[in-house]
Design a protein around this ligand. Structure first.
Ligand SMILES: [Zn+2]
Ligand SMILES: [Zn+2]
Length: 240
């Protein structure tokens, strides 16, 4: 009843074009769904970025760099449409877009995550000041949706972002990683309260671009005894 009234006042809007969705039970309008670029084969066996040649196993980034996560998954290419959608989700309080994102994450990767069977799902943290300004961590919204849908615990504060990172654009991969590495810390109190070994963790973020953020968090987890770290994101860049 309450939801019905809410839907009348704020009818659900398409996460891509922002128009009111018809029929109402859908989470995206049909023309927008058709426009989205879902990631298909051939893709990198490690990070899942689409690659050009089927014969190749890995994308150029994974060939060049020694990433320590085991594997990663992403739903869409980070194109203009998704860029706009995620910007709305992150910066303009369009938290309701998560309903569609989570539905797709579960539909496409639910089985793979179940097979991995993580001990916990962990979002990439935001710095306190950003969290205060936004009121939510978009990665945590996704992590909680996955946890709820698949019945895995979510440890929203296992990783903490201690310092604001410098602008990353002018830095080399190595500098970028060092810069980021220092930004993340492992919250031992959360781990102890969990009362269970944390061997396998699924990291969650909205986008995977250079991979440096995921790699920095992976390294922090590894140095605290986690053995198998995978990630899932909404979007990923192209691997060529
Ligand atoms: Zn639309
Ligand atoms: Zn790759």
């Amino acid at each position: 009843m309450f939801q019905t009234i809410l839907d009348m006042i704020y009818p659900p809007r398409c996460p891509i074009c922002g128009k009111i969705i018809i029929p109402k039970k859908n989470k995206i309008c049909d023309p927008c769904r058709a426009k989205l670029q879902y990631i298909t084969e051939p893709r990198c066996k490690k990070c899942s970025k689409p690659i050009e040649q089927e014969e190749k196993e890995f994308c150029s980034d994974c060939e060049r760099r020694d990433f320590h996560f085991t594997k990663g998954y992403a739903v869409w290419i980070y194109d203009e449409a998704m860029k706009r959608s995620i910007a709305g989700f992150k910066y303009y309080n369009k938290r309701e877009y998560a309903d569609f994102y989570i539905e797709e994450l579960l539909r496409i990767y639910g089985d793979k995550i179940r097979k991995f069977s993580p001990d916990a799902i962990v979002p990439i943290p935001l710095h306190r000041s950003k969290y205060r300004a936004r009121g939510y961590n978009q990665a945590d919204v996704l992590a909680c949706g996955l946890g709820k849908g698949l019945h895995y615990p979510v440890l929203s504060n296992l990783l903490v972002r201690n310092k604001k990172t410098l602008p990353q654009k002018q830095l080399s991969d190595r500098e970028r990683l060092r810069n980021l590495q220092e930004a993340f810390a492992y919250n031992k109190t959360v781990a102890v309260r969990f009362h269970k070994e944390l061997d396998r963790i699924l990291l969650v973020d909205d986008i995977f671009t250079t991979g440096s953020t995921i790699e920095a968090c992976t390294n922090v987890l590894i140095s605290n005894g986690v053995k198998d770290i995978r990630f899932i994101t909404l979007c990923i860049g192209r691997g060529y």
